[in-house]
Design a protein around this ligand. Structure first.
Ligand SMILES: [Fe+2]
Length: 396
């Protein structure tokens, strides 16, 4: 067996007992050129551990696309559609993505200006900053002292028309060095998390579900979330909470009538919990900023009604109510001891199970700090699978 794994190095902030089944470093194989049997092992490992790290990887955009596609051979286009984000100028994602011309499914992301890169003469990149998205911002003095925020917790997914990618691959090409920063939650909990400069932070969707009190697990297994049509255009005028885990409800969303044309058939309604194809575990997988409504099914026959929330089911359409409930269910899982902030080194390749975790950009760079990553994910050929009838009976 050539594929070997070792646990990820966790920061002192992380609770190791909560990461026993999260993340592995893979050694002994070249991720750009895997044999079919090695890939089969990697695929199982990805779903089992949700994030895989390869150090010192050399992988071209073509190889990265091929590796990403191997997880879903029928998938073709980038997770948001090829070359679409650049043409959709009103989308909140518009400034963050530049396509590699040869391989349009691979995006160049990062910060600063990159020259002569894979067919791009010059690409001006901007690391997303909480300052352009959150309702409140860190003061200039605090920012100078290294205080920062989570930008936006999310799943990589268009959440309209296209299906959420199964895996995202992130390859670090240039990683600027700099002092640690302090990610501050600013939500009156006093929570802070020391983070490497420009980390990508991950939290497990399985842990998010597992740590919920029983009454909220019952809601989670019975609930489906309806996403806004063209959610990134819809949310663009609105501002986010200081944790990056919700939009503040101020009525600023773009009205549905002002969105690019949309049809009901392409609006996404997904279960709140998604079933892991290998372990069978349930992962709480909701993109909180894009959610618009919640449908909760009634309790199944025979389930105890005492203390249950929405025992007869519910259709929540009030945005504040929807967001408050999701926040209550998701905020516990982004506590500092449950976050894995990856300390990027050049040539790190990270594969993550996009249907099994949430992640966010963190931190702030100066314009002269050049960061260049290749990112690839593919709109999936199928939809996420929700809990089984047995799962609902078990948790409801
Ligand atoms: Fe992402």
């Amino acid at each position: 067996m050539t594929v070997q794994t070792i646990p990820l190095t966790l920061p002192p902030s992380a609770d190791p007992s909560k990461f026993a089944d999260f993340g592995r470093e893979v050694v002994g194989v070249n991720p750009g050129d895997l044999s079919p049997s090695d890939f089969a092992e990697i695929e199982q490992l990805l779903y089992k551990y949700d994030a895989l790290l390869f150090r010192n990887a050399n992988i071209s955009p073509e190889q990265q696309y091929a590796l990403t596609k191997a997880f879903d051979p029928q998938a073709e286009s980038y997770g948001h559609g090829n070359n679409k984000t650049q043409s959709t100028e009103k989308s909140i994602l518009h400034p963050d993505l530049k396509t590699i011309p040869r391989v349009p499914q691979v995006q160049l992301i990062g910060n600063g200006t990159v020259y002569n890169h894979e067919g791009l003469a010059a690409a001006a990149l901007k690391h997303p900053s909480h300052a352009t998205f959150h309702k409140t911002v860190v003061s200039p003095a605090d920012e100078a002292a290294g205080v920062t925020r989570f930008y936006r917790w999310h799943i990589d997914a268009a959440l309209y028309d296209l299906s959420p990618p199964k895996v995202t691959t992130l390859y670090a090409i240039h990683v600027p060095q700099g002092p640690q920063q302090t990610c501050r939650y600013d939500d009156r909990t006093g929570d802070v998390l020391p983070v490497p400069l420009g980390t990508t932070a991950f939290v497990s969707g399985r842990t998010m579900f597992d740590i919920l009190p029983r009454v909220l697990q019952s809601v989670a297994v019975r609930a489906r979330v309806r996403y806004a049509p063209h959610p990134y255009v819809w949310m663009a005028p609105a501002a986010a909470h200081s944790t990056g885990l919700a939009i503040e409800t101020e009525g600023k969303e773009r009205p549905l009538a002002e969105l690019p044309s949309w049809v009901e058939d392409k609006v996404k309604v997904f279960p709140v919990t998604w079933k892991n194809p290998v372990t069978g575990a349930l992962h709480f997988q909701v993109h909180p900023c894009a959610a618009q409504e919640l449908h909760v099914d009634p309790l199944p026959d025979g389930a105890p009604r005492e203390g249950a929330l929405y025992p007869d089911g519910a259709h929540l359409t009030d945005l504040k109510e929807v967001r408050d409930l999701l926040y209550k269910m998701q905020r516990p899982a982004i506590a500092p001891n449950l976050v894995y902030p990856h300390d990027w080194k050049e040539k790190d390749l990270v594969l993550f199970h996009n249907r099994g975790l949430l992640h966010t950009v963190v931190g702030a760079f100066r314009p002269d700090q050049v960061r260049a990553f290749h990112q690839c994910n593919l709109a999936a050929s199928d939809e996420p699978v929700g809990p089984t009838t047995e799962d609902v009976r078990r948790y409801a």
